[in-house]
Design a protein. Structure first.
Length: 404
């Protein structure tokens, strides 16, 4: 753990014991270190400020672990996201025009546009001018962050230490010289590489924090209302717990042609598996002994024999490509063709792991229709808009546009 900078024009960036520190708040504004009296850095919901709601009346602070309190003297205009998890959060808040950088930005956003956003009436997204922060296709260099010159970076300040091959000094340098980091890695459970444990936010808890940064709490509240309505509809339609399906969730890195499958837990914490938890899905692989990264073979898959098999990340493939990579090898394999899921045609594409509030609505609907077609309508297949929908596309588009 690096020693905190005691210069009053700087603020401690990391609370909760993980290994990052130092950073200027947006536009050089002053800020406290966000710690509690015992140094725990508890979040405490202490967001406050002297602004008038549009960012023009003075500084304001927003608190989130592991940063603690981050102070802004104006509402950020430009922002960077590591992936489309927080990217989708910003887009939900109507901030697409301010997105200046993201990992593999054009490919990621163009896919999300074709698969999801194009179903929102009037929604427009031009990803051509957004910088790919992995400029050389492999490494993420600090110079790219200087060039983007973003007002805020929507990512956990520990993330560059885990994924970018940066050190603490690199994170501090960008935070002080460019803009603060504001985020919490909550896609999946963090391991020891993230340092000492700190608060793990749900998707909507993190969404609310980001909405406060950009003074767009009204959009957050409108999305939360839609989300709650969808959850209520789902809960009312679900069968009793003992009658809900168990699924064999397999990572998209699985290769049926080689007999290599990577079992995953759909009940795990994090926004990556949110739709599975919300739909009460059971884990068919619970208690099964696996190899590295959940590796199993055809024999183990047949022994478990899940009634439904879903391939994580499957939605990122075209229909033909998905069938060629996952379905055809299973159907044509002497063991694979004995699987119940193969015989009953219960092989489905799963969602992308990177989802914010907009993408999650689409992926929740997709899973609901795959598992419960009688209650929620038939899943039409990849790339198709269902005849019955779980949420109102126009209403979502209006919230993104601020028209509600």
């Amino acid at each position: 753990m690096v020693e905190r900078n005691t210069d009053p024009t700087r603020r401690g960036f990391l609370e909760g014991g993980a290994a990052v520190a130092g950073g200027l708040a947006f536009a050089g504004c002053l800020g406290g270190d966000g710690s509690t009296p015992d140094g725990s850095g508890s979040d405490g919901g202490s967001d406050h400020g002297s602004g008038n709601g549009d960012g023009s009346g003075g500084s304001y602070t927003v608190s989130m672990e592991p940063m603690g309190e981050v102070t802004f003297d104006a509402v950020p205009e430009t922002w960077v996201s590591y992936k489309t998890g927080y990217g989708d959060v910003g887009i939900a808040l109507g901030l697409a025009d301010g997105l200046v950088g993201m990992d593999t930005a054009y490919d990621e956003l163009e896919f999300m546009k074709r698969r999801f956003y194009d179903q929102l009436p009037g929604f427009e997204l031009d990803a051509s001018g957004i910088t790919n922060i992995r400029a050389d296709g492999e490494n993420i260099d600090k110079e790219v962050f200087y060039e983007m010159d973003a007002d805020v970076h929507l990512m956990d300040p520990n993330l560059p230490l885990v994924y970018f091959e940066w050190d603490e000094a690199d994170v501090r340098e960008i935070a002080e010289n460019v803009g603060p980091f504001f985020g919490n890695f909550n896609r999946r459970e963090r391991d020891d590489s993230w340092g000492e444990p700190y608060k793990f936010y749900t998707l909507y808890e993190a969404f609310e924090k980001v909405a406060r940064v950009f003074k767009r709490e009204d959009r957050y509240e409108a999305f939360a209302e839609i989300h709650d309505e969808v959850q209520s509809e789902i809960e009312a339609a679900l069968p009793p717990e003992g009658e809900r399906p168990s699924i064999g969730l397999l990572n998209g890195g699985s290769d049926p042609a080689k007999g290599e499958f990577y079992a995953m837990d759909p009940t795990a914490k994090g926004y990556e598996m949110k739709q599975y938890r919300d739909l009460g899905i059971e884990n068919a692989f619970e208690g099964v002994e696996t190899g590295q990264y959940g590796l199993i073979d055809y024999e183990t898959l047949l022994e478990v024999d899940p009634e439904i098999v879903i391939f994580h990340w499957g939605v990122t493939y075209g229909r033909k490509e998905f069938n060629q990579r996952f379905i055809d090898p299973l159907v044509n394999h002497e063991v694979g063709k004995e699987l119940t899921a193969v015989k009953e045609d219960n092989l489905y594409p799963g969602g992308t792991a990177e989802q914010g509030p907009v993408i999650n609505l689409f992926q929740t609907e997709m899973l609901a229709q795959q598992q419960y077609p009688e209650q929620f309508g038939e899943f039409p297949g990849l790339g198709e808009t269902p005849e019955e929908t779980l949420f109102d596309r126009e209403r979502v588009a209006n919230v993104v546009a601020g028209e509600f």
